[in-house]
Write a protein that binds this ligand. Structure first.
Ligand SMILES: *Cc1c(COP(=O)(O)O)cnc(C)c1O
Length: 443
């Protein structure tokens, strides 16, 4: 790097050390290439759900004639019993054929899509959101990215749940937000450890994240608990990021309550998408909504930063945005009820069948989302080192894929997805039982 300016920029970013290493590296033909991959992105696959699931798939035994049963995934779209609503498919086709949506959309999203999401979310709120409160994103994943990038500043930290959803961690690291984990408590139905929140936070804490209904725990927070979360966050002066990508997917005794209900206590960023409720994660339509009746997010310029970030990032395809109002307004209750009935049934199968397996305990039956967290009792197993080892051997010997808990922050636990047809689920749980018996210690 001969250019003096370039060198200065690199030093400013703390990369001068890399540069020296690079210059000391002999490369082909004597050329010193001045570039290299961004080390911050050069992460091992073990830290992402998809990375680990890919590795587990690679360890399957191709000579096993039985079908592989995936219980690690969060995408049931390829099972016929989880096909999306016909009206949703038609909305997309109509939007495409109308030729009204071949254009770029505004960076915050099509006004009609923003308005439709505002109305959709307002149905469960004590006040009305307007189109300006909603930003259309590339799935909930981009909503996470936008929220964290809008809040990141030097020295800031964010409170994340453990177990949790690894994208938050990865995104926080990449945005240079320090991460502090608070526990979800299995013995309390995976409620937030509110005392821990108060102990963890300081004047540099900007936000806490909750996921409700929960991934990976399948828990649902009560109105009372969410109110306490709001009061705790207010006391600490932090905002709440509420990931509601599984909104309304509940089948226990607790109804879904959006965090936005408490926005007069504390400002809330609600993140969501149609990926899970409509079972179309490939359509890449999500949103971020500012629930802020007191205008705090405007005063603190968080809203401007959200807009600023969206101005420099990609948008979801315009025809999908064009279809969104119809998808939200025209999908019949029957469709949702069918999906919920299926999940209620499969979560029950999961709970009952797991009871028959000695080395696995389920501290809290799933009441929402598509997952349950269960604990491995390694003391009962002969030759299984940890949750990773369990999952790799299970994949190899039984062609069943389950996510090791370590990936979501809990070592020696497992996350089991029950969003799969009931017969395959029973088959898989039977294989897990046989696997555990084969590996159990002789008494
Ligand atoms: C699936 C998931 C997301 C990502 O949603 P997309 O709309 O597919 O981007 C975000 N948060 C949680 C908790 C999820 O399970």
């Amino acid at each position: 790097m001969e250019n003096g300016n370039g060198l200065k920029i690199m030093e400013k970013n703390g990369l001068s050390l890399n540069l020296k290493l690079q210059n000391g590296t002999k490369v082909d033909n004597g050329t010193h290439w001045c570039f290299r991959g961004n080390k911050e992105l050069d992460t091992p696959p073990e830290i992402t759900i998809r990375g680990v699931l890919g590795m587990l798939k690679d360890s399957l035994d191709p000579s096993d004639p039985r079908p592989t049963i995936p219980l690690g995934h969060g995408d049931p779209s390829y099972f016929p019993c989880f096909r999306t609503a016909e009206v949703a498919e038609k909305s997309i086709a109509d939007a495409l054929h109308s030729a009204n949506f071949n254009c770029y959309a505004p960076t915050a999203g099509l006004p009609s899509a923003r308005r439709a999401v505002a109305e959709h979310l307002s149905a469960d709120l004590p006040y009305k959101l307007i189109a300006d409160d909603v930003f259309i994103t590339v799935g909930c994943t981009q909503a996470i990215e936008v929220a964290l990038c809008a809040l990141a500043r030097p020295g800031a930290n964010i409170l994340l749940p453990r177990p949790g959803f690894p994208i938050y961690e990865a995104r926080a690291v990449y945005s240079h937000l320090e991460i502090r984990f608070f526990d979800l408590l299995p013995e309390k139905g995976w409620d937030v450890d509110l005392n821990a929140i108060e102990a963890l936070a300081d004047e540099n804490t900007v936000a806490m994240v909750i996921i409700n209904p929960g991934n990976p725990c399948g828990n649902v927070f009560t109105y009372e608990h969410l109110e306490k979360v709001a009061e705790t966050a207010r006391k600490l002066g932090i905002l709440v990021i509420s990931d509601e990508v599984y909104d309304h997917i509940t089948f226990g005794s607790k109804p879904f309550v959006p965090m936005g209900v408490f926005a007069s206590i504390v400002p809330v960023l609600t993140l969501g998408s149609i990926s899970k409720r409509w079972i179309v994660p490939g359509w890449r339509i999500g949103w971020l909504a500012t629930n802020d009746p007191n205008g705090i997010l405007k005063k603190t310029r968080v809203v401007d930063c959200i807009k600023g970030y969206l101005n420099i990032s990609v948008d979801p395809t315009t025809f999908n945005q064009g279809a969104l109002p119809h998808i939200l307004e025209k999908t019949k209750e029957d469709f949702f009820q069918n999906i919920i009935n299926t999940l209620e049934h499969t979560s029950e199968i999961c709970y009952q069948k797991l009871k028959e397996i000695d080395c696995i305990t389920c501290p809290h039956k799933a009441e929402g989302s598509m997952f349950v967290m269960v604990k491995l009792n390694l003391g009962l197993l002969e030759d299984i080192k940890d949750d990773m080892d369990f999952c790799f051997k299970l994949a190899k010997e039984e062609s069943v894929i389950v996510l090791p808990g370590i990936v979501v922050g809990l070592k020696n636990w497992l996350r089991i997805s029950f969003a799969i047809d009931p017969c395959s689920l029973e088959d898989a749980l039977g294989r897990i039982k046989v696997f555990c018996q084969r590996h159990s210690k002789q008494k």
